[in-house]
Write a protein that binds this ligand. Structure first.
Ligand SMILES: Nc1ncnc2c1ncn2[C@@H]1O[C@H](COP(=O)(O)OP(=O)(O)O)[C@@H](O)[C@H]1O
Ligand SMILES: [Mg+2]
Length: 316
């Protein structure tokens, strides 16, 4: 059974307001797929739609959502929860603070394993010990007896990664996994993801606002802007020949890309709009150095070869 992830034509709405629009992506079995874009562009919501964890009050439609060979759209809520629990490891945004600080690692790391894989506590601890070793701890038993507050941010993130690996998932979704870490620890954690991807053949959806990081670690990527994917393809192809003016600008400012929600980009004037995301024309028009009159009415979709290089722009 193929473990390819397919997301086809996802729309997410908050009442009448469109948050994510016409979003499609394919994560090939065993690859690291980078989903990149400024804060507020819809990366987290897209990931949450894939694992059926959208916040209450938001609704979505899609033509297809397939994870680990299963079509999620036709599954019952219970079947979805079970399938996701067994096959997808999720490291949510801000997870450096995800583990409960006052509960020992050993009393929380195995919860999903016990629940979804029908194992007992002893089996869970044996597996956790092996995985803590795998993610680089020399003394896993000591770590199991720690409270999360006794660990550094990088160590906590390693525990989160071990926890995400407990059920032998086919896919790990890591949402801004290194944002809260300093650059040396960031590199160590990313190297760990790379090792996990290579050795265990687990696909990784790497979500980040940092195109520099995604460039370095992903095989394929998608650039998201205001709820839409504006460019996607093999990372090497996109970097060799970026087509969308937004991607080009992001590449230009790689070292200085640190933006908070609704703050203007240092080098790209303007904001990512929160409303009016379902217009016919181009969403980037206000900030685009190459905008043309036609961009108000229409955007050409160069989507011929999903695997290679796709973009939404009127420039050739
Ligand atoms: N629960 C929610 N209710 C309403 N709007 C939301 C909710 N969660 C996120 N949004 C909005 O959806 C958009 C995309 O958010 P998100 O996916 O978190 O972006 P990203 O992860 O790329 O920073 C933003 O404009 C955000 O304000
Ligand atoms: Mg996010």
């Amino acid at each position: 059974m193929s473990d390819t992830v397919v997301l086809n034509n996802l729309h997410i709405k908050d009442g009448e307001n469109t948050l994510v629009n016409k979003t499609s992506l394919i994560i090939e079995q065993g690859e690291i797929f980078g989903l990149v874009g400024e804060s507020g562009s819809g990366k987290t919501l897209t990931a949450k739609a894939i694992i059926d964890l959208l916040p209450e009050g938001l609704n979505y439609t899609a033509d297809e959502i397939i994870t680990a060979g299963k079509n999620m759209l036709s599954a019952s809520p219970e079947a979805k929860r079970e399938h996701i629990g067994k096959n997808v490891g999720y490291i949510p945004q801000n997870t450096v603070f995800y583990l409960h600080p006052m509960i020992k690692i050993k009393d929380q790391i195995g919860d999903g394993y016990i629940y979804h894989m029908h194992k007992n506590k002893k089996e869970a601890l044996e597996k956790a010990e092996a995985l803590l070793k795998k993610v680089g701890f020399e003394n896993p038993i000591t770590v199991l007896n720690y409270y999360p507050w006794q660990l550094s941010g990088g160590m906590r993130q390693r525990c989160n990664i071990a926890m995400a690996l407990m059920n032998d998932p086919k896919l790990i979704i890591a949402d801004e996994p290194t944002t809260a870490l300093d650059s040396t620890v960031q590199r160590q954690v990313m190297e760990l993801f790379r090792t996990i991807n290579k050795e265990l053949k687990i696909s990784i959806l790497l979500i980040s606002h940092d195109l520099g990081l995604v460039r370095h670690y992903s095989h394929s990527l998608a650039v998201m802007y205001a709820g839409q994917i504006v460019e996607s393809g093999y990372s090497k192809t996109v970097f060799r020949n970026p087509k969308h003016p937004y991607t080009r600008l992001l590449i230009k400012i790689i070292p200085s890309l640190k933006i908070k929600k609704s703050e203007p980009l240092a080098e790209i004037p303007g904001f990512v709009q929160e409303k009016g995301r379902d217009i016919k024309g181009c969403l980037f028009i206000e900030r685009c150095p190459k905008a043309m009159d036609i961009c108000k009415e229409y955007v050409a979709e160069h989507m011929d070869d999903m695997q290679d290089h796709c973009y939404r722009c009127n420039l050739e």
